[in-house]
Ligand binder design. Sequence first.
Ligand code: 3HC
Length: 632
Amino acid sequence: MTVAYGQQGAIAVLTIDNPPVNALSVAVRQGLIDGIGRAIGDPAIAAIVVIGKGKTFIAGADIREFGKPPQAPRLTVAIAAIEASPKPVVAAIDGVALGGGLEVALGCHFRIGTKRCQLGLPEVKIGIVPGAGGVERLPRLIGLEPALKMMVSGDPVRADRARELGIIDAIAEGDLLTDAAAFAERVVAEKTPIRRLSESTIALDGVDWRALLAAARATAGKSHRGQISPQRVIDCVENAITLPFDQALGETIRIINELIPSAQAKALRYAFFAEREAGKVPDIDKTITVRPLRSAAVIGAGTMGGGIAMCFADAGIPVLVLENSAEALEKGMVRIEQNYQDMVQKGRIRAEDKTKRMGLISKAAGYDALGDVDIVIEAAFEEMAVKKDVFARLDRACKPDAVLATNTSYLNVDEIASATKRPESVIGLHFFSPANVMRLLEIVRGAKTAKDIVATAQALARTIGKIGVVCGVCDGFVANRSRGPMTREASFLVDEGALPQQVDKVLYEFGMAMGPFAVGDVAGIDVGWRVRRSLDATRPKDQRYSPTADRLYELGRYGQKTSKGWYRYEKGSRVPLPDPEVEAVIMQSSKDQGITRRAIGDEEILARCLYAAINEGAKILDEKIAAPTRSG
Ligand code: 3HC
């Protein structure tokens, strides 16, 4: 039974049992309607509790059903049946109540949650709007502004905040079902009036809702540049304000039906499932015992090393930081402290969080101090000799079962591992800058890396809130490798007639956060130069090569760090400004290569850059670099 019917005294208990996350598939929708009907019809029943089996209340509509012909009953019908019940209905929420899950809870008359429950309407994240009454009911329950914020961001709130906002009426102290049943009995005994949100109105006294919606549109236009669904959510909220409940809901249903087959929603659904697929590696199953990671160390206190140390501290894991010199170490610690201070100032963490996290980061006096740590991540200079030296030292200093990881972004992990007597313990953990913010973590599996080390790295990714993507050894792994040909193509376009600002604009308008030349200036033209030099020996002789970036390097234009790169930068500013000096370098480079420059259209730029990346992606899959098995 996807919705089991049970009874505790005068309380009917409807338990949703649809693993893994109790998504609202057709059987659940029907089960809820049947269960509510049975409880209403039974004179022995005074109230109803709706609860989820397992660790989740309901994760929302079944995303796998999207794009298929809808099957009756619709979720709105099931929720209307719950809300219309003359007997009080209490939602008992453990784990997440997301999307349709929260909408079911809002259809109930009361809500009680556990301390770890999380509630949200994340529909915008998959390119749609809450389509089963959430847009209409949430502002009626908690007011326009907080509801708008939750729906436009799609971010969930935790139990304490949900209680503060009034989304839940109580937090369960003991067993959830026991507390929910007691709550229901109290409602019956005290004859607490049933609250049907669809029958109430949105409190708008003193609220300039037009200004609020206009501000929300402007903010979403920046934070979700080019995305349709956040703007459509605001349209739905406007309807919820100006139209009667049923009419507004009708409009929302029309809008969600329009969005579900849209290209953006399809792409975001694909990304949702792809992110989950990326965590599955054919020969690494859940039975493998992962090593406990209770302490860590980071080699290198530069931007990367510092960011990685913050990842551990943020997750409550004590971390040692080691550097070549006391000065470099001190500088790194100051930078970490400054980063936390900025987060406090922006209201992202509290001052006491900063103190706690800084308290978990300590300076290591030398390699001898690393004898007890469970994992070491090396983030030293990107040069093979340096890496090998570090790993030889780690091999001598670390305990036998420690995980030895390198944050290299393109060097051969197998060669690094060969500097140790335990290559099976060595793995690549490639973070992206800023390491404490970016969600991607490439887990690079060497030829000899042990399975439990891979599984441990995957568990670590989850612990520190990253998406761990297992990949094999190759130049640039998955992310940088797939970007490489795009960056090369961008250089060819510039040699043939385009300018950096034109190429960057096209890719920015396509949706990228930055174009490849602006990225080059952030990453450092000197860094790119070093990478190209390391590839000189193996680059096929007949492969096209643009020398233009090398010319900039020779002029000392290393990017933002020297205020000059593909662009120029005013003092203290990160805004890229076109530079006639760069144009002159480009013109000369075209001439030197014997290329007659021509006008290049935006379409050609987009097609050449994207197809280059797509082709490389296909090769990465073909070579089984993404999610490789050891033998693969
Ligand atoms: N529909 C279908 N499958 C879902 C699902 C959903 N809503 N949510 C999760 N799943 C599946 C995952 O694909 C995964 O399947 P797999 O094991 O075959 O790969 C499995 O459930 C477990 O999911 P996770 O690996 O993500 O497990 P976590 O414990 O890390 O996270 C979660 C659980 C927080 C629920 C997360 O999966 C999540 O955020 N889910 C999506 C929530 C969502 O977007 N809900 C809104 C849906 S749209 C909606 O409700 C429209 C309504 O307004 C009408």
